[in-house]
Design a binder for this molecule. Sequence first.
Ligand code: ZN
Length: 285
Amino acid sequence: MRIANVNNRAVVLVSDDRGVDVEAASGGRFGPDLAGVYERWDEFRTWAASLGQTAADVRFDRSWLGSPSPAPRQVFAIGLNYSDHAKESGFEQPESLPPVFTKFQTCITGPDTTVTLPTGGNTDWEVELVAVIGKEAKNVTAAEAWGHVAGLAIGQDISERVSQLRGPAPQFGLGKSFPGFGPVGPWLVTVDEFENPDDLELGCSLDGEEVQKGRTSELIFSVPALIEGLSATATLLPGDIIFTGTPAGVGVGRNPKRFIQPGETLVSRIEGIGEMTQTFVAATN
Ligand code: ZN
């Protein structure tokens, strides 16, 4: 099943531009917002499975799509989780849980957006698999972890490297939380839709040139291992999102370094999910 956020209403997709409005079809039992859907995920799945041939009643344009979890209470982001990326970043490969930081919630957007480049910054791309939590998780083992995931989406962990790396110690949160720096989408694909949710090709292209390409099977800590590691400390809540880390090919790891310029377009894609597009503009002040 695929679920989209269409103008802040949960919609079960029938095709890429048509679906069933959850609140209308359930007579108000679920929806319209997605946060409430994740809160009662198992109940919702049972109901959604009974939808059968319900006629699609919503036709939408992609510009109406928001993040499949528009206001997550917690956003976890993982650094250095692909060995080639750890190498290009000049760090050792992590042995215990990799670096964990947050992208503040206000940077989360839908899939197709225009993003303003911060003045004086070096803005970089990081395509990532995003997992959305569907069931509270505390002290969950890796073997149980997929059962706590509602589904998967594409994420871009857009990162401004000057503010990320200056000061006595890198501070990832702020440099990765400028407005629009956390597009997620284009929709949520439930875990059962994937033949192997632990092995998906992902990549992104800048103005048509492929800059990142990898497979999630190359993650040092898989989605289940991350959920085990994170939930050993924090309680993961329905609707929380996890940016799982980026493969090699970011601009700061290149020689010469390359950063996003005004007018450039970034297309990010993950096998079995789809793609999303960011266009970048210069700040006007
Ligand atoms: Zn990242």
